[in-house]
Ligand binder design. Structure first.
Ligand SMILES: Cc1ncc(C[n+]2csc(CCOP(=O)(O)OP(=O)(O)O)c2C)c(N)n1
Ligand SMILES: [Mg+2]
Length: 584
C-alpha cells in the first residue's frame, strides 16, 4: 500500500462515496486537498464560488437534488463563518451536507491561532455532528461516518475540521466502502393499524414533507393516494412531492395556506403525516394541531424515531422512510368511503385559491407565474429564497410530477441564485428558473459569476419592489407609516448582469415578460430578468396603502396575509404573534 497525504486520502474517500462535485472557496488551510483534487478534476470538479454562503447553499441544494450529501470546502474562521447560513439551512431543511472546514495545525491548536475556531462549539447546536480529524489514517473512518450521519434518520449537516498538518502528513490506509443511509421500515402490525384508522375516518388528510424522498417514493405516494382516495397536502416548501395537477392534490400547508385547507387540517379526524416534522411553518405557528395532544388522530411517519413525539404525541408513531412505508401500506385497505367523496372538493378549493386576482401596477406577477406554469416543461426546476415575492410561485405555480422546488424550509434569504447554479450544473438539460426578490438577490447575486464561469444557462428573475417588502409589511401592520430600515436603493440589475457577462433585460409590463423569457432561454446563457413591480403590490391579498390605512383606522383589523384570517387590533399578543409567524 502506498503512502498518501491526508488530503489525498480525503479525496479518494469522497470518490469512494461517489461524490460528483465539491463546492467551495479556496483557503491556504486546505491546499493539500485542492492539490489532490487536481488529479481527479474530471471526476470530482471543485466548483469555485465567490462567497462561502453561496457555496454552502449550492452544496445544500446538491443534497436536496440527489439525497447524497453536498460536499463543501471552506477555509478556517472567516470561511466557516460565511458558510454558517447554508449549514443552518441544511439543518432546518433536513438535508444531507458535509462541510469540510480548514483548521490550524495541531501543533498550535487552542492558542487562538490565526483564524482558529473551535468548530465543535461553533456548530454545536446547528450541525448534526461536528468533529475534527486529527490523524490522516482515520480519514476513511470519519468520511464514511459523516456520510452515514448526514443521510440517515433525519438527514442534516456534518462539519469536519481538517487540521493543516493532518492534511499533509503521509500514511498508509485503505479507503472506506461506499455507504448508504440506514433504512427504516414500519412494523407490519403498525401499518395494518394505520390502514384501519384511515378506513374508519370520515375526514382524513395526508400531509407529506421532509427529506428521504426519491422518485420511487413519489410514485408510490401517487399510487397510494389513488388507491386510498385521500387528499394530499404538501408541507411548506415541499410542493414537489406530489403532482400539483393531480386530482387528489389539496394544496400546500405552509405560509399563506389556503384557509380552507387550514380548516381541513384542523378539522381532520385522522391526519397521516409522512416525512414532515410538523414544524412551525407547516402548523401555522403550532396552531393547527394542539401541543402535545392533537385533537386529530395523528399517524406520524418519519425516518427518525427522535422526531416522533418530539412536539405532538401521535396515536401511531412509525419510524420509517416514506418509501418503506408506502411499500408496506395497502392503499385499498386504507380507503374509507366518506373521505373519497371529499377529494374532489379539496382539489377544487386548491384550484380556486390559485385563480388570479387584480394586482396594482403594470406588472402582474399573478399572470407572469401563471404563464410560467403553462410554459415551463414537466421537469423544470424553480428556486427561490425568502420574501413576499415567493408567495406568488408557491401559490400559483404547480410543482410536483417531475418539476422540482428548491426552496429553504429555513426561510433563509439568498438561496435562489446558488441553488439554481447547482440545479443547472447537475441537470444541464433542464430549464432552471431562479426566482428572487431584490433583497434576496443581492444576498448571493455574486454567484451569477459562478453561473457565467461554468456557462450555466439559468434564468434569474429579480422581482424588484425597492424594499425588504416582507419586513415593510410587518412594519405597516405594527408601526403604520413609520418606515424604518426597509427601503432599498437598487442597482440597475440588468446592467449589472451584463457586466457579469450574462444576458440582462428589464421588464416593466406584464406582456414584456414572455418575450424576454423566451430570449433568455434562446440565448443559451445565464440570463437575468429585472422585473420592476409596483411597491403597492406588496402581498397577494392587499396593497401597501391598504394595509397602512386599515391599520390606522380605529377599531380596524390587520390582515393575516395569505391566511384569510384577521386578528382584531389590540387583541392578545398571541394572535399578533401567529399573524407574524404566518408571514415571516
Ligand atoms: C438571511 C436572512 N436575513 C433576513 C431575513 C428576514 N427577512 C425575511 S423576508 C425579508 C425581505 C425580503 O426582501 P425581498 O427579497 O426584496 O423580497 P420582498 O419581501 O420584498 O418580496 C427579510 C429581510 C431572512 N429571512 N433571511
Ligand atoms: Mg423586495
Amino acid at each position: 500500500m502506498a503512502l498518501r497525504s491526508g488530503g489525498e486520502i480525503l479525496v479518494a474517500n469522497l470518490l469512494a462515496q461517489r461524490a460528483t462535485h465539491a463546492f467551495g472557496v479556496p483557503g491556504e488551510s486546505f491546499l493539500a486537498v485542492l492539490d489532490a483534487l487536481y488529479d481527479v478534476r474530471d471526476r470530482l470538479p471543485f466548483v469555485i464560488c465567490r462567497q462561502e454562503g453561496g457555496a454552502a447553499y449550492m452544496a445544500e441544494a446538491y443534497g436536496k437534488l440527489t439525497g447524497r450529501p453536498g460536499i463543501l470546502f471552506v477555509t478556517r474562521g472567516p470561511g466557516a463563518s460565511n458558510a454558517a447560513v447554508g449549514i443552518h439551512t441544511a439543518a432546518q431543511d433536513s438535508t444531507p451536507l458535509i462541510a469540510f472546514v480548514g483548521q490550524v495545525g495541531t501543533d498550535m491548536i487552542d492558542r487562538e491561532a490565526f483564524q482558529e475556531i473551535d468548530y465543535r462549539r461553533m456548530y454545536g447546536s446547528i450541525a448534526k455532528w461536528t468533529a475534527q480529524i486529527d490523524r490522516a489514517e482515520r480519514v476513511p473512518e470519519y468520511v464514511a461516518h459523516a456520510y452515514r450521519t448526514a443521510m440517515s434518520g433525519r438527514p442534516g449537516p456534518v462539519v469536519l475540521a481538517l487540521p493543516e498538518d493532518m492534511l499533509t502528513s503521509r500514511v498508509e490506509v485503505a479507503d472506506a466502502p461506499y455507504v448508504e443511509a440506514v433504512p427504516a421500515a414500519a412494523a407490519a402490525s403498525d401499518v395494518r393499524a394505520a390502514e384501519a384508522l384511515l378506513r374508519g375516518a370520515k375526514r382524513a388528510l395526508v400531509i407529506v414533507g421532509g427529506s428521504r424522498w426519491d422518485d420511487a417514493a413519489r410514485s408510490a405516494l401517487q399510487r397510494f393516494a389513488e388507491a386510498a382516495q385521500l387528499p394530499i397536502g404538501c408541507a411548506f416548501r415541499h410542493q414537489d412531492l406530489f403532482d400539483n395537477r393531480h386530482p387528489n392534490y389539496a394544496g400546500d400547508v405552509g405560509i399563506g395556506t389556503n384557509p380552507k385547507l387550514a380548516a381541513r387540517v384542523r378539522d381532520a379526524d385522522v391526519l397521516l403525516v409522512i416525512g414532515e416534522r410538523l414544524g412551525e411553518m407547516t402548523t401555522s405557528g403550532y396552531s393547527l394541531l394542539d401541543v402535545p395532544s392533537p385533537r386529530q388522530t395523528l399517524i406520524h411517519v418519519h425516518p427518525s424515531a427522535g422526531e416522533l413525539g418530539s412536539v405532538y404525541q401521535p396515536a401511531l408513531a412509525i419510524a420509517a422512510t416514506p418509501g418503506a412505508f408506502f411499500e408496506a401500506i395497502d392503499g385499498a385497505a386504507a380507503r374509507g368511503a366518506v373521505v373519497a367523496a371529499d377529494v374532489a372538493s379539496a382539489h377544487a378549493d386548491y384550484e380556486a385559491w390559485r385563480a388570479p386576482r387584480p394586482v396594482p401596477g403594470a406588472v402582474d406577477l399573478w399572470r407572469i407565474v401563471q404563464w410560467l406554469d403553462e410554459r415551463l416543461p414537466a421537469d423544470a426546476v424553480l428556486t427561490n429564497g425568502a420574501g413576499n415575492y415567493t408567495t406568488w410561485i408557491h401559490r400559483v405555480f404547480r410543482y410536483g410530477g417531475g418539476r422540482r422546488q428548491l426552496a429553504p424550509y429555513s426561510g433563509s434569504m439568498g438561496y435562489g441564485v446558488p441553488s439554481a447554479v447547482t440545479a443547472r450544473l447537475l441537470h444541464p438539460e433542464r430549464v432552471v428558473v431562479s426566482w428572487n426578490g431584490d433583497g434576496c438577490y443581492l444576498m448571493n447575486g455574486q454567484e451569477l459569476a459562478t453561473a457565467v464561469q461554468y456557462a450555466l444557462a439559468g434564468v434569474f428573475v429579480v422581482v424588484d419592489n425597492g424594499m425588504y417588502g416582507t419586513i415593510r409589511m410587518h412594519q405597516e401592520r405594527n408601526y403604520p407609516g413609520r418606515v424604518s430600515g426597509t427601503d432599498l436603493v437598487n442597482p440597475d440589475f440588468a446592467a449589472l448582469a451584463r457586466a457579469y457577462g450574462a444576458v440582462g433585460e428589464t421588464v416593466e409590463a406584464t406582456d414584456q415578460f414572455e418575450a424576454a423569457f423566451e430570449r433568455a432561454i434562446a440565448s443559451g446563457r445565464p440570463s437575468l430578468l429585472h422585473v420592476k413591480v409596483d411597491p403597492q403590490a406588496i402581498t397577494m391579498n392587499g396593497t401597501l396603502d391598504g394595509i397602512r390605512a386599515e391599520k390606522q383606522r380605529p377599531g380596524s383589523y390587520p390582515e393575516c396575509i395569505g391566511t384569510g384570517t384577521r386578528a382584531p387590533i389590540g387583541q392578545e399578543a398571541a394572535d399578533q404573534q401567529l399573524c407574524l409567524r404566518q408571514v415571516r
